[in-house]
Design a protein around this ligand. Sequence first.
Ligand code: AHM
Ligand code: MG
Length: 354
Amino acid sequence: MVDAYQPQDRDRALDRDCMTLSRHVLQQLQSFSADAQDLSALMNRIALAGKLIARRLSRAGLMEGVLGFTGDVNVQGESVKKMDVYANEVFISVFQQSGLVCRLASEEMEQPYYIPENCPIGRYTLLYDPIDGSSNIDTNINVGSIFAIRQQEGTDVDGSAQDLLQSGRKQIAAGYILYGPSTMLVYSIGRGVHAFTLDPSLGEFILSNENIQVPEHGPIYSVNEGNFWQWDESIRDYTRYVHRHEGYTARYSGALVGDFHRILFQGGVFLYPGTVKKPEGKLRLLYESAPLAFLMEQAGGRASTGTQDILDVLPEKLHARTPLVIGSKEDVSLVESFIHEQKREEEDKLAMKR
Ligand code: AHM
Ligand code: MG
């Protein structure tokens, strides 16, 4: 016999379907103040950007002019993909006539982009990586977008963006969108980390995981081991350690957002250390490492350069890079212990010479 349908079942299902991103922000802040409305509207626009990008990615193989390179090289010296350009412009478009964001800074633009009509009242800057992991696009593997919101503290029209050269503790919100088998948006406004899944039938991001906590330790280590020859001895020692101990498993997708997402849910550590070719690593502080560090700390984990908390790093320029070690507390500490050990040995050697 089928159980009788209970009105409370319907209420629960409806309540779940109604927990949209904008409602969740307001609920978190427990306020309808202007600031709360702003943050809710900001997240709503970012969600719209995510939906537009997800839609284009889902049909990329069927459309002309979506996949492949543009032929240009960006400020980072990397070849630009057509999807990078599209996604970069989507974020600008969704904030036009919003009155919210005066300035946007991204991986794809040498200098910040101003939306003049928003600037008299727009009090926020959006920092973002429009398509993270773009090498995955042409083979239909997951990619993401990363974002952070900061209060705007300057209106430098010379593009130097001096006020952005502050620590990640200045972020008021951060998150990412993962374009995977389903599209997910994960965010924090400093009150825990929450994940939303895009329900295609509604066209809305609906709350799927609230108050995510990363395990204290996890089995995953995520690093591009093809760079082994380029690493410091300490990072080589760490990888030798996990190779020789039971309980570790390697996962590396080539898209930080996907690798981070797995660690957030299952525990472990992601590393992109400095290399011979890139002594500061590959990842950019302001719109890759710092937003994810904000999320990881909110989820009870840690993010480090190896010697300093990522959120304390002061960037010297807009597109500054940092080494990144991020994930479960115990696993980040283990990587750091190898780095400290190497430093100590080097100091001892120096002292002996004197
Ligand atoms: P991108 O933003 O230009 O795509 O670069 C960042 C990506 C990360 O998503 C990923 O972790 C890393 O670069 C992969 O780099 P590599 O191919 O050197 O392992
Ligand atoms: Mg990136």
